[in-house]
Write a protein that binds this ligand. Sequence first.
Ligand code: SAH
Ligand code: SF4
Ligand code: F3S
Length: 452
Amino acid sequence: MSTEKLVYIETFGCQMNERDSEIMEQLLRQVDYLPTRELSRADLVVVNTCSIRAKAEQKVYSLLGRLKKIKDGKPGLIITVAGCVAQQEGERLPARMPQVDIVVGTQNIYRLPSLIKEVEAKRCSRVAVDLSPSFVIPRHLPSPPGAVVASASEKRPFKKFVTIMQGCNNFCTYCVVPHTRGREVSRDMDDILSEIQDLAGQGIKEVTLLGQNVNSYGKTSDTAGGRFPELLRKVAEIDGIQRIRFTTSHPKDLSDELMRCFVEVDKLCPSFHLPVQSGSNRVLKMMNRRYTIESYLDKVEALRKMLPEISLTTDIIVGFPGETDEDFSATMELLEQVRYHGAFSFKYSDRPLAKSTDFADKVPEDVKSARLARLQDRQDQINLELHQQHVGSCLTVMVEGRSSKTSRGQWSGRTDTNHVVNFTAEGLQAGQMVKIRIEEACLHSLRGSLAD
Ligand code: SAH
Ligand code: SF4
Ligand code: F3S
């Protein structure tokens, strides 16, 4: 009789959580848990959580509520909470929610197999949430054959996230991440390169290098500027890898050397996520972002001078405590100045341990909502205007997969500038490069057909 059991993993939050879920999936295979997408069949559930805004955290509690009901009818079910809410709440989670068996913090995912063994043997609850500035990210596990196309990566068997560092030392006043991911720690460069070589050998063509602040990769007292450009150049030497992306970069640390990589490293895609957060210097100061709008715009200009086709995206928070109408107008003005290819925008949310939670002059909810709606409306128009400029041109697209489950021949892919392109064609494969003639501009994508 097989001893294999099933694990259901639910992932909230950023790409780093997605990558951590893949790592947990791989670790769990070693203790005979195979992934399933059917919650009702699971012997083990792992909820990998995000705490970036209050809403993200609420989603976790509502799922844990549903899981409690399932566990009432299936007492042997093991429930694990991982990720940033696990790190933030620690012991409080099983105390408040006895259905939770295991709490595993952001630096402790590697201990999951042994924690599960203990819980299976003793039916006790276990909490592992140590966070240490001297944490060393363990060496990667070579992927077993077939693992790349399983679960989380099912939809994109040709591209992968690779974590190069974790944690953050910046302490933006609104942000929970330095508290949930701890201090910046970088992975060993050889280990990163050998992981990417391994991926290339399995047919992966695109990698996205992940870190809360990649510009600080490899930063020590001897390498004050960090070693991120060096890492990029070495990744680019790996045969089989065709596209390299990375996220996220802090504007204050964007060096000339990194900018030059966009021109000099062929495989580095001309698309760049550079979170600005606000267009007002007064607000940026209260956020502890440590750059001014003028210096941010100078960097944007320098980048565009080097590489005019580079597409820029950003993150924006509206309604930070003390944000006035005038401050918000400065953010609206910034949209006109930069004309981003896309902006992720959020209403400010108080977070535990974040400094701004104690700031005065909180902006009322209805004002935040109105500002967000105005900002998103204008950004949508800009998206459309920028997309319209591509109509009639021919773009190179990496095929990602079918864009529609119902109608045959509908495909979706991305340009190197990260534009989503939908098109009609037959007999394609994910990961293939095709030329598409753009016929129509939509809000969040382009439409076209195969060029000859
Ligand atoms: N390390 C990255 C991203 C961190 S989180 C960076 O520095 O850009 C992703 C985005 O969530 C942030 O850029 C910010 O725009 C948003 N965010 C973070 N904390 C928030 C909060 N308390 N309320 C609303 N949005 C927040
Ligand atoms: Fe949060 Fe700021 Fe660090 Fe980004 S740089 S993770 S916003 S503290
Ligand atoms: Fe969320 Fe933690 Fe990522 S708070 S955004 S999962 S680093």
